[in-house]
Design a protein around this ligand. Structure first.
Ligand SMILES: Nc1ncnc2c1ncn2[C@@H]1O[C@H](COP(=O)(O)OP(=O)(O)OP(=O)(O)O)[C@@H](O)[C@H]1O
Length: 645
């Protein structure tokens, strides 16, 4: 899906400039100063030559003029030094804003929905996303920074133009000709500039994507002996990238060289005409005036050349914005269907979908969000405290009702796959098991319920109130989820369990015991401070799953959602985990008893579990058997026995 509307590049750049306006102005001022300082030697040169020919009105000796010349040079060195600092800070702020907003938008998407760009059939691989964060962000950063250089150059070009006009108006008019030619050339080249840039970015994206996949699958590559084939593919992608990058860069260089030479030829012609004037003595052109004209002409022509390059750069930046916006709006083709029910009133609705921010246009990328970067003096602004799960009027869970829940994977890619017309009710403290054959839609059902995939039809009611945005609603302390393949970060075990949550060691210990991870932890020399390695690779599959379960338990959520714990746990460990967890539950116990005190509320979780294991099926209050994404049977174990394989 393409964005609903494209915002003009100038508007986007303005939003970015406005984000750090003071820094931008400081940087622009410094660079104007840096660029303007060379203008002073021009005046000194004029005075110097006029002094030599006795036409100067200044009463300065040649030595004083030379000293002034050197002082100007030194001042420029100092300004360049400071300007480098402001420029680096400004550049970093600009790309950080884009990267922050891109990441925030990606995190706002339904987490399990593949990223498929418009006009692409394959989802974007994780490694490919790097090229959006790196190349595209850098491209836009270059363009924003380019504006203050164009602006600085422009101011001096205008001043220089005025000086040139004061010397000779006729001659100065010739300067405008290259400007017209530059605008025409960039306009004509626009399509090609953009196409070459699009193709080269895509080729880079494929290379980073392949590298990402390679590193993710090193073991699989080794055991399959596929090293040569995988490297061949990398070579092939690199070769494709080389070809399109060369084309893109050669074209940009060619364009720059055409613009530069156009300006140079124009300058040459103007100088030839000026020399004629001087030789014929037709104009009141002194030798000093001629030196001045030559000197200031270069400011104007350099600006024209710079402007041409900037216009071409902006065309390439449009491609970067287009790519980033396509990524954040990727595959949003399935919008949640409208409910058949009349519009629910405020007190029957829980959490509104996020409609405040424009997520469908490039503006989302330049939204002014806080970044908490160190300032120019290296002072850290301090990070805001992390949001802690809040207990609100939605707690505790009495009843969760799901009606007509439907999600169909993109028909083009997978006809009739998904879940269809799913209904069920979870009562407080109950255990519901979803079972069914491989591929019957169990994981899809959990994901759609939790908002990790956008439902296309159906409603979810939490205590009789409609949940409008499951993705933001089904989070702790309302709900917690352990997927089939849990993700851990390369931090310590403690950091992985808490993920920013404030809990004391007693709560942590309790959660670890509940997850049957206590015996494993006792064998770890560094206990909770054990570094688990990237993706938790220093833990066994079973440890990883129990660590993820402990992460879920420590949040003491009302609804616990498990996707097949048995995939990495042996029968005994899993049975132990269930017996510990289920002993916490009091099915049917009214929450009103517990809700008297929110803080001391006894934890009586409601469980929704995908499993095949008889242990858990025996304990279930309700079993749902799925087949081809539909409910085939449901009830107690006795009711559904004949449907279980
Ligand atoms: N991203 C996707 N695009 C297209 N089809 C998909 C996608 N993910 C899953 N499917 C298909 O949807 C169906 C349901 O998949 P799902 O993972 O929900 O099944 P499951 O019952 O959880 O399977 P398992 O027991 O193996 O975990 C399967 O046929 C699967 O191939």
């Amino acid at each position: 899906m393409t964005p609903t509307h494209r915002v003009p590049i100038w508007q986007l750049l303005w939003h970015m400039i406005h984000y750090a306006l003071k820094l931008y102005l400081l940087d622009s001022f410094l660079w104007m100063f840096i660029m303007g300082l060379p203008a002073i030697p021009g005046l000194i040169i004029q005075a110097f030559f006029n002094t030599l020919t006795g036409e100067s009105q200044l009463n300065l000796s040649p030595i004083a003029l030379i000293a002034l010349f050197i002082a100007t040079g030194l001042a420029r060195i100092v300004a360049i030094f400071i300007g480098r600092i402001t420029k680096t800070q400004h550049r970093f702020t600009m790309s950080s804003l884009l990267q922050h907003n891109l990441l925030a938008q990606l995190l706002r998407r339904p987490g399990a929905q593949p990223l498929v760009l418009p006009n692409h059939s394959k989802p974007v691989a994780l490694g490919e996303v790097i090229s959006f964060f790196r190349e595209d962000a850098a491209q836009i950063e270059d363009n924003v920074v380019g504006t203050n250089e164009v602006f600085g150059n422009g101011v001096f070009a205008v001043i220089s133009l005025l000086i040139l006009m004061s010397v000779n108006v006729q001659l100065t008019l010739f300067v405008v000709l290259p400007l017209v030619a530059i605008a025409a050339i960039v306009q004509r080249a626009e399509l090609r500039i953009k196409n070459y840039r699009r193709v080269s970015r895509q080729a880079t994206q494929q290379v980073t994507g392949h590298i990402g996949e390679m590193f993710n699958a090193i073991q699989a590559i080794q055991v399959a002996g596929a090293e040569v084939a995988v490297l061949d593919r990398l070579r092939q992608l690199n070769e494709q990238r080389r070809q399109v990058m060369v084309r893109d860069h050669v074209f940009t260089a060619l364009l720059n060289s055409v613009l530069e030479n156009l300006v140079n030829v124009g300058t040459g012609l103007i100088l030839l005409i000026a020399a004629q004037f001087l030789a014929r003595g037709e104009a009141t052109l002194t030798v000093g005036d001629f030196a001045l004209f030559v000197y200031y002409l270069s400011f104007v022509t350099e600006f024209l050349w710079y402007l041409g390059g900037f216009l071409a750069l902006s065309k390439q930046t449009e491609v970067s914005f287009e790519r980033m916006t396509a990524l954040i709006t990727a595959d949003n083709s399935f919008q949640p269907s409208q409910s058949n029910h009349p519009s629910p009133s405020q007190d029957t609705v829980l959490t509104k979908p996020n409609t405040q921010k424009d997520t469908t246009s490039d503006l989302a990328l330049v939204a002014p969000e806080p970044l908490y970067l160190n300032d120019l003096w290296g002072r850290s602004p301090g990070l805001p405290p992390l949001d802690q799960p809040l207990e609100d009027e939605t707690l505790p869970l009495q009843e969760l009702v799901v009606t007509n829940l439907t999600y169909r994977y993109s028909a083009a890619r997978s006809p009739d796959r998904g879940i269809f017309d799913i209904h069920f009710t979870l009562k407080r403290g109950s255990l519901t098991v979803i079972t069914g054959r491989v591929g019957s839609g169990k994981t899809t059902l959990l994901r759609v319920l939790l908002g990790l995939l956008p439902k296309q039809a159906g409603e979810i009611y939490w205590n009789q109130r409609l949940v409008l945005d499951p993705a933001t609603f089904f989070v702790p302390p309302r709900s917690a989820y352990t997927p089939q393949v849990p993700q851990l970060f390369s931090h310590t075990l403690r950091e992985n369990l808490l993920l920013g949550l404030h809990r004391d060691d007693t709560s942590l210990k309790e959660a670890i015991e509940l997850a049957v991870f206590d015996a494993d932890l006792a064998t770890m020399a560094h206990g909770l401070e054990t570094a688990v390695g990237p993706k938790g690779m220093r833990l066994s599959g079973g440890q990883l799953q129990r660590a993820a379960a402990a992460r879920m338990f420590v949040r003491r959520s009302e609804l616990l959602v498990f996707d097949d714990l048995s995939s990495a746990l042996d029968v005994n460990t899993e049975a132990q985990l269930w017996s510990r967890l289920l002993s916490r539950r009091t099915p049917g116990l009214s929450s009103s008893v517990n809700s008297a005190s929110k803080v001391d509320r006894a934890w009586n979780p409601t469980c929704l579990v995908v499993s095949h294991r008889p242990t858990i099926l025996h304990h279930a209050d309700h079993i749902i058997v799925l087949s081809d994404g539909r409910i085939e049977a449901e009830g107690t174990l006795e009711d559904v026995k004949s449907y279980l394989g």
